[in-house]
Ligand binder design. Structure first.
Ligand code: GA4
Length: 329
């Protein structure tokens, strides 16, 4: 019998008390479909337990991330600047957003992974393998969740959502964020010049279909409920968190709602998180699935391609509500 440690018991209680749903992926299928839809409607966010991803896949990429961020600033800059891919430090996007973090942002096609690995690691083969193993696992997990969502929404084609991210030309991304401690000074400025705004990553929703997030044991992530209340998410290095993205909100005609979230910087311990952003191919047309359009809920959005949505996202600020540009009149 596995006896939960006092800390893990406290953590799950705390999560429950704050209302963040925890969904057991090993639950019976129809129950799972219902739970996944309910959590995505109510929060656009849930914790996934019993996910079945091998520990080694997670720990290997985490170790690679740790090794990279421990390098000197000059070495890390060989992998940058992130425009948008590669190593980025403080700058987010193209319109002046800043955060107290450094990161690696990668496209997930095998060619992009292997090319980028050359500038990131002294052992590119090992780094590339760690990334692609993680991406494969995160993609499988995303597809499983999307299939359950399609089922829970009574969409006749149960692969209608997962097909988008299984596409060989899928524009899915992998991001490793490192939120250092207060003493951090990557630009080697003297103490007075270092600005710590307290914001690790500002408020936003993810543009993609689905995000699979995992972090070390350092908190900082907060999600915004539909009533506008910000709630902290207790970290859990053993589990994943799932976020509904803007594209899924459109595909479900607004029934599932993307979650606004932010990361506040923790000045005592460094946080490292890994995100897989499941996205369709650039030329994919995104429109509400027929089943989700009803007399009571007519078309909420005008159709657009993923490339058009990305262009809109990059032309705006991080916190802007880009879905508004595509609202049906
Ligand atoms: C948020 C989700 C992903 O991290 C990301 C981010 C992207 C970036 O950092 O380059 C964006 C941001 C994200 C949304 C609006 C635009 C684009 C920064 C920004 C200001 C990689 C993504 O796809 O969109």
């Amino acid at each position: 019998m596995v006896v939960p440690s006092p800390t893990s018991m406290m953590r799950s209680k705390k999560t429950k008390a704050l209302g963040i749903p925890a969904i057991d992926l090993s639950a019976e299928r129809s129950e799972l479909s219902e739970l996944v839809v309910k959590a995505s409607e109510e929060y656009g966010f849930f914790k996934l337990v019993n996910h079945g991803v091998a520990r080694e896949v997670i720990s290997t990429l985490e170790e690679e991330g740790r090794k990279f961020f421990a390098k000197s600033t000059a070495e890390k800059q060989h992998a940058g600047p992130a425009t948008p891919f590669g190593y980025g430090c403080r700058n987010i996007g193209r319109n002046g957003d800043m955060g107290e973090l450094e990161y690696l942002l990668l496209h997930t096609t095998p060619l992009c992974i292997s090319q980028r690995s050359e500038t990131i690691s002294n052992d590119p083969t090992k780094f590339g393998r760690a990334v692609s193993d993680y991406v494969d696992a995160a993609r499988e997990l995303s597809c499983e969740i999307l299939d359950r969502m399609a089922e829970g929404l009574w969409v006749p084609d149960k692969f209608a959502l997962s097909r988008l991210i299984r596409d060989v030309n899928s524009d899915s991304l992998l991001r490793i964020n490192h939120y250092p401690t207060k003493k951090w000074d990557p630009l080697e400025l003297d103490e007075n010049q270092t600005i710590n705004s307290g914001v690790g990553f500002g408020e936003h929703s993810d543009p993609q279909i689905l995000t699979i997030m995992r972090s070390n044991d350092v908190g900082g992530l907060q999600i915004c409920t539909h009533d506008g209340l910000w709630i902290p998410v207790p970290p859990d290095p053993n589990e994943f968190f799932v976020m509904v993205g803007d594209a899924l909100q459109v595909l479900t005609n607004g029934r599932l709602r993307s979650v606004r979230h932010r990361v506040l910087s923790n000045t005592r311990k460094a946080r490292m998180s890994i995100m897989y952003f499941g996205a369709p191919a650039l030329n994919w047309r995104i429109a509400p699935l027929p089943k989700t359009v009803t007399a009571h809920n007519p078309h909420q959005y005008i159709p657009f391609t993923w490339a058009q949505y990305k262009q809109a996202a990059y032309s705006l600020r991080l916190g802007d509500s880009r879905l508004d540009l595509f609202k049906a009149k």
